[in-house]
Design a protein around this ligand. Structure first.
Ligand SMILES: Nc1ncnc2c1ncn2[C@@H]1O[C@H](COP(=O)(O)OP(=O)(O)OP(=O)(O)O)[C@@H](O)[C@H]1O
Ligand SMILES: [Mg+2]
Length: 232
């Protein structure tokens, strides 16, 4: 089966004046369709940098990246942006919704960027149904709970039917119970065929993934398949 993501020797160096920060020091990683992978590791180990590169928000300083078999490190900025819009759904710790826009409007946004006109509203409604928010379509995001806001963000990530969902500490702002509900939702999406990569500091969150990648100092130092399914 072709990998969704293939990374070979990915490096990322940030230049800060005369100082070079080696955020990634040679990362090799393959992620296959329908996988749920958790990335763990201490603060500053390069997790977010890696997510940004996988999500085409940033470019590696060195190395190769194939997204569904396509070499992406050669693409120009606009081609990269188009690819990102079509293939990647992002979920952030802080939700990153437009506060005064409704749930529906927030979820429609990626479709607007993609130039979708016909069926836009319906697709946004379907995505919100899928995350269990069919009863909150007209709420503004500042009228929703944290868990509900994260569901809207997940619906927004899903609505373009991406190849990959990337979630950087998606439960970082949520209480334990809500965190588990959000993870159950990711798990449900994975069962429906979605590929999910998430960053977390918490073993209780990482347990939901079947595969755990541990980073340290810009490298993958460990890969485990000991994650088990808390649902049983
Ligand atoms: N834009 C930037 N400019 C300079 N250095 C950066 C930049 N972004 C990240 N870094 C540095 O790169 C390293 C990796 O950062 P990164 O954000 O990927 O860590 P992380 O594993 O996500 O940490 P956390 O768990 O705290 O979110 C850190 O040392 C950080 O200071
Ligand atoms: Mg981070």
């Amino acid at each position: 089966m072709e990998a969704v993501v293939q990374l070979f020797g990915i490096e990322r160096v940030y230049r800060m004046g005369s100082v070079a920060v080696h955020a990634l020091r040679g990362v090799d990683l393959a992620i296959y369709p329908g996988e749920m992978v958790a990335i763990m590791g201490p603060s500053g180990s390069g997790k977010s940098t890696l997510m940004h590169i996988m999500g085409l928000l940033d470019r590696p300083t060195a190395g190769r990246y194939l997204l569904e078999g396509q070499e992406v490190h050669r693409l120009g900025d606009s081609a990269l942006a188009r690819l990102r819009n079509r293939k990647i759904g992002f979920v952030f710790q802080a939700y990153n919704l437009l506060p005064r826009a409704t749930a529906l409007e927030n979820v429609e946004l990626p479709l607007m960027y993609a130039g979708v006109v016909r069926g836009r509203r319906q697709r946004a409604m379907d995505a919100l149904e899928r995350v269990g928010l069919g009863h909150r379509l007209r709420h503004r995001s500042n009228q929703l709970s944290g868990g509900e806001q994260q569901r809207v963000a997940i619906a927004r990530a899903l609505v373009n039917n991406p190849s990959l969902i990337l979630a950087d500490e998606p439960t970082g702002n949520l209480d334990t119970k809500t965190s588990q509900e959000i993870m159950a939702l990711f798990r449900q999406l994975q069962r429906e065929g979605m590929t999910v990569v998430l960053v977390t500091h918490e073993p209780d969150i990482a347990r939901w993934a079947e595969r755990v990648v541990v980073m340290r100092d810009g490298r993958i130092i460990e890969e485990r398949r000991d994650g088990h399914d808390p649902v049983g």
